[in-house]
Ligand binder design. Structure first.
Ligand code: ZN
Length: 303
């Protein structure tokens, strides 16, 4: 009896150890999965082109994954567009966003803001209702950048989108206050805690080099990628526990590994704003398995 129960418990442990290697590939048997996350970005939700039903289908697809995702990271451009819209159009987009999430999704969601989640209005500068406040209120965020910890990983969600020097259009950057905050966050995170960073605008991406009709130079806009990339990368270089940076914005999928940090720009849930593929990237979302040792597996899933 004793021997049998010992064997039984060994079998139980063996089963636990074997389970991850079955679902995550034979080479990963030493990794302990701690968290499965779905990275949904650029949903651009509005009631057109069947977007609400297709977004619901995407959410169902995420929830049908086995094992089920523990957390959804929404990378911004949550609603179709707020930039220069009228209040009733903005209200409708957010109402729809809340309704679908409430009806179709039981997984917790954490957000960062995209350029289309900001109510730009150059003619009404200075009024508290404009800017990021509307979206922050909708998402119950007291700050557009923040961090949290879950299952041994640290998550840092950044606010990429800021007005350009001349104040007429946006560029990707952190700004001094946020950069100092990020520096402190990393300084105060134990070196054995792996860090995942999410921004709307990519910190580093190769997708911008895919251009038609290049003659002798590529053109990259400050709104397409962070303009403070070198500064951020230099900071990350001091913290080898920064493992992974997720972004969207380009609606194209790529993966760049630099100095041991993996920068993944995922395709859009909306594809080309609900009009099929953006170039060769189909509508989809990122699915990531995070392990206790700071490694991860990831794939881009077309729903
Ligand atoms: Zn977008």
């Amino acid at each position: 009896m004793k021997r049998r129960s010992v064997l039984k418990s060994i079998g139980g442990i063996g089963g636990l150890l074997l389970a991850p290697s079955i679902s995550f590939g034979a080479s990963s048997h030493e990794k302990r999965p701690v968290l499965r996350i779905a990275h949904l970005t650029d949903v651009h939700l509005k009631n057109h082109l069947d977007a609400p039903a297709r977004y619901a289908r995407c959410l169902h697809h995420v929830q049908q994954q086995s094992p089920k995702a523990d957390l959804i990271l929404n990378g911004g451009d949550i609603v179709f567009d707020m930039n220069k819209e009228q209040l009733n159009t903005i209200n409708e987009q957010w109402k729809l966003t809340h309704h679908i999430l409430q009806q179709e999704c039981s997984i917790p969601v954490k957000y960062c803001l995209g350029n289309h989640d900001i109510w730009w209005d150059e003619n009404n500068k200075g009024q508290a209702i404009y800017g990021k406040q509307y979206a922050m209120d909708q998402l119950h965020l007291s700050n557009p950048y923040y961090s949290f910890s879950k299952n041994g990983w640290k998550f840092i969600l950044l606010d990429s989108v800021h007005l350009d020097i001349d104040g007429t259009w946006y560029i990707g950057k952190l700004g001094d206050a946020q950069f100092n905050w990020l520096e402190n966050e990393l300084k105060n995170t134990p070196s054995n805690v792996p860090v995942l960073i999410m921004s709307h605008i990519p910190i580093l991406t190769a997708t911008l080099m895919i251009e038609d009709d290049i003659v002798n130079k590529w053109q990259m806009l400050g709104g397409d990628m962070h303009t403070d990339t070198a500064k951020i990368i230099k900071l990350f270089y001091q913290y080898p526990n920064v493992k992974l940076c997720l972004s969207g914005h380009i609606h194209l999928r790529d993966k760049v590994v630099y100095n041991g940090v993996t920068y993944i720009c995922n395709g859009a849930v909306s594809g080309a704003w609900w009009n099929g593929n953006k170039r060769e990237t189909a509508p989809g979302y990122g699915l990531l398995d995070l392990y206790a040792d700071g490694t991860f597996d990831e794939s881009y899933v077309n729903y």
